[in-house]
Design a protein around this ligand. Sequence first.
Ligand code: TMP
Ligand code: MG
Length: 211
Amino acid sequence: GAGANAGRGALIVLEGLDRSGKSSQCAQLASFLETQGVPVEAWRFPDRTTAMGQMISSYLSCQTSLDDAAIHLLFSANRWEKRSLMEAKLKEGITLVIDRYSYSGVAFSAAKGLALDWCKAPEVGLPAPDLVLYLDISAEMAAGRGGYGGERYEKLEFQKKVKQKFKLLKDAAWQNVDATQSIDSIQTVIREESIKIVNECNSGRQLMQMW
Ligand code: TMP
Ligand code: MG
């Protein structure tokens, strides 16, 4: 096991297009880490349970309209409202496996035409992931997987633009994962990378800030 009682937890983020397989990979990773004795919680952004999250959810289901800049800031604020809890959990030694983070925040808004640097600005100062696992798949292949759920951004042409923006966001924590492989092969890669980073964080790797 990775050891449950020494250093801090790791901040692990899964990113990718809609239908790239993030949610099931996150769930499997969290269960695996648990079996290894790693204290872990699975989170997701947007966190639709908060008041801001409910505004975001209603925007995504097209029940409300919002200015592109305003919804961008709301997505960001939805991360900020969780900042102190994220930091507290990590400090307590709990590893967080998070389905989407600032990378989705920037990629989706920039795909609408907002300037990349403007989109990144409100993310500055959030806890930086120790590892970003980007599930790399073409928009066409993702769209072919049993169809989208009908939310605002779930359209092939838009997802193609999002993919182009994701490519501009590779940082030191970023790892590309070939998401065209089988679910099990993807999970194997994700487990290996995650265990490595959990051990590094446990033995004193410093928590950084975006970006
Ligand atoms: P979900 O399907 O993972 O719940 O995410 C909902 C949608 O919101 C998805 O199309 C990606 C988008 N999104 C943003 O536009 N900005 C963000 O900051 C996040 C976290 C997600
Ligand atoms: Mg979705």
